[in-house]
Design a binder for this molecule. Structure first.
Ligand code: NAP
Length: 551
């Protein structure tokens, strides 16, 4: 345990911990487990009343992960892998919430988690090398280290529409769906947003609502999930293959246990072979479609051939040709926005109780007491569903008042864009680690696998500090600037960021634009992180205990 760590019950003195972890989602739970393993005292603050993060909050109908269950799970415990039984290829929100609750119980994590408690402020005390953390319960604690596991997609984005406060029905963001659900039977429901969330919710809401209006601004590509139950034989095979899959994930650019594509470019094969490969990939379904060929994300011609294939497939599903064309008026290459995985989405527009409203052509003007008005028409509604996404990557971090050395607010440091070293630390904010922070691969990968890699790296770094009696870690500003430059340079070589979306920060008014993901691949990222650690944590600056000199 770090020298001055102790629990002080005196209410006038802040409780002291070695580590404060923000959030009890996939990242926070694993971070707590590993910090305890180092013998550190840790406290997790979680704003919800349960564990699971994304899978605690996103309870909207149809919510499920579109990374396969056998990849979207922890790998740190073989016992956990063997005892947990996934039931479907793409796990639903309730199944994932059960999984994270099981993990919390199995590893006895709850006793160090304070639920219903948000971190409002974290201030670095330069003299003592400690963070002073204030929570929504007006409690102040201090910690040597802070690990933010606040999530990349947890700060909700609810656009402000004129008159929203006058609406007499119910309005709700998908990430705030109530635990007991909403019975939409007999309701006229309006959904704003057709990203990954809207596309999952729309088919489910359509089954119950009297009428569903979908307010679509930007049509997007979506690939069929081809979800299926996992039978006993498949489960046995899965359990048998976890270690082999782990090796595949480690070698994969997106941390998934798939084999690399059959051919690297759509352009290097004849038309018949290309069509056969695309048909096979379409039949397989799921997010792997974006990697049907290696160069879909980098070569415009390869991308176009793939995009046209998908558009033809979608056209076949929608009976009304005008509706089909509205769904297909896609203004960006496939993969330039997060590829959506769908179940019965396009077929839903063949139902008589579903209307697609093009709000790019006729924007939403206002919300009225009775519903919603576009520049062309009015819609009477009982429920408005905001499937309008999140302030991604930086939103949750900047929602807190984080102040580094000299009281510098993180908001000020990042006012022109988020600079970090490896997506793990930001210079001037010593002893603060970010899990899946801006500048890391984050959601551009199987995020739970990236989370494990981040937490493992942070744990090793803290062990190094403990062994060498180091009190403080910061990044060298030059190393940070160089890493941030590389992040932008690599992004510029791909189609990511070539169109507006939450990936580029374009969905949030006033947010600095730019891709904040490391797109060089999680396998490369892992190697870089390991190499930096092996080279004496190159690019980091440490301070020995009891000494203000840096090393
Ligand atoms: P999103 O991709 O940002 O989509 C938000 C939607 O709301 C877009 O269609 C957007 O239209 C629309 N919108 C926002 N403001 C609007 C306005 N003022 N008027 C009209 N429309 C408006 O958010 P999301 O669907 O919640 O997904 C975010 C991310 O979460 C995904 O990319 C994915 O990484 C993750 N996610 C994963 C899963 C999964 O694993 N299955 C499920 C859901 C989400 P524009 O496009 O025109 O801005």
């Amino acid at each position: 345990m770090i020298r001055d760590a102790c629990l002080i019950e005196d209410p006038t003195t802040p409780q002291e911990f070695d580590v404060v972890i923000i959030g009890a989602g996939a990242a926070g739970l694993y971070a707590l487990h590993r910090m305890r393993g180092l013998g550190l005292s840790a406290r997790v603050f979680e704003k919800g009343d349960g564990v699971g993060g994304t899978w605690f909050w996103n309870r909207y109908p149809g919510a499920r992960c579109d990374v396969e269950s056998w990849d979207y799970c922890y790998t740190f415990s073989e016992e956990l892998e063997q005892e947990w039984e996934w039931t479907e290829r793409f796990p639903t929100q309730p199944e994932l919430e059960r999984y994270f609750n099981h993990v919390a119980d199995r590893f006895d994590l709850r006793r160090d988690i304070e639920f219903d408690t948000r971190v409002d402020q974290a201030r670095f005390d330069d003299d003592r090398n400690r963070w002073i953390i204030r929570t929504s319960s007006d409690v102040t604690v201090s910690a040597r280290f802070v690990v933010s596991a606040a999530g990349c997609l947890s700060e909700v984005n609810t656009p402000r529409f004129e008159g929203a406060e006058t609406f007499e029905g119910q309005q709700i963001h998908t990430a705030r769906w109530p635990k007991g659900g909403i019975n939409v039977t007999g309701m006229r429901v309006g959904v704003i947003g057709t990203g990954s969330t809207g596309v999952q919710a729309i088919p489910q809401l359509a089954k119950q609502a009297e009428h569903l209006f979908v307010f679509q601004r930007t049509p997007q590509f979506a690939i069929p999930a081809r979800n299926r139950p996992i039978d006993d034989d498949a489960l046995e095979e899965l359990k048998h293959n976890y270690r082999e899959r782990w090796e595949l994930k480690k070698a994969s650019p997106v941390g998934m246990g798939r084999r690399p594509p059959e051919v690297s470019s759509a352009l290097e094969v004849d038309e018949a072979t290309r069509t056969r490969i695309l048909e096979d990939s379409w039949a397989l379904g799921g997010p792997g479609f974006a990697r049907t060929f290696d160069d879909v994300m980098t070569n415009a011609d390869s991308n176009q051939l793939t995009s046209e294939f998908v558009q033809d497939k979608i056209r076949e599903k929608v009976e009304d040709s005008a509706v089909a064309e509205s769904l297909l008026a896609i203004d960006h290459p496939l993969g330039a926005r997060r590829l959506i995985v769908e179940i019965d989405y396009f077929e839903t527009y063949n139902r008589p109780n579903v209307t697609l409203v093009d709000v790019a052509a006729a924007p939403i003007e206002e919300i009225t007491p009775r519903g919603l008005r576009t520049t062309e028409d009015s819609y009477d509604l009982d429920l408005i569903v905001y499937a309008t996404g999140f302030d991604g990557m930086t939103g949750a971090l900047l929602a807190m008042d984080i102040q580094g050395v000299g009281g510098l607010p993180l908001r000020a440091k990042w006012s022109d864009g988020a600079g970090t070293y490896l997506g793990l630390v930001a210079s001037g904010f010593p002893n603060l680690f970010m899990i899946t922070g801006p500048g890391s691969p984050a959601v551009f990968s199987n995020v739970i696998f990236s989370i494990e890699q981040h937490v493992d790296w942070i744990t090793d770094c803290l062990a190094h500090m403990l062994e060498n009696n180091l009190d403080r870690i910061d990044s060298d500003p030059e190393a940070e600037a160089e890493w941030t430059r590389q992040v932008h340079e690599i992004a510029a070589q791909t189609i990511v960021g070539k169109t507006d979306s939450w990936w580029t920060g374009a969905n949030i008014e006033g947010k600095p634009r730019g891709v904040t993901f490391y797109l060089g691949g999680t396998h490369t990222y892992r190697e870089i992180c390991e190499e930096i650690a092996a080279n004496g944590y190159k690019g980091f600056v440490f301070q020995p205990a009891g000494n203000s000199a840096t090393v």
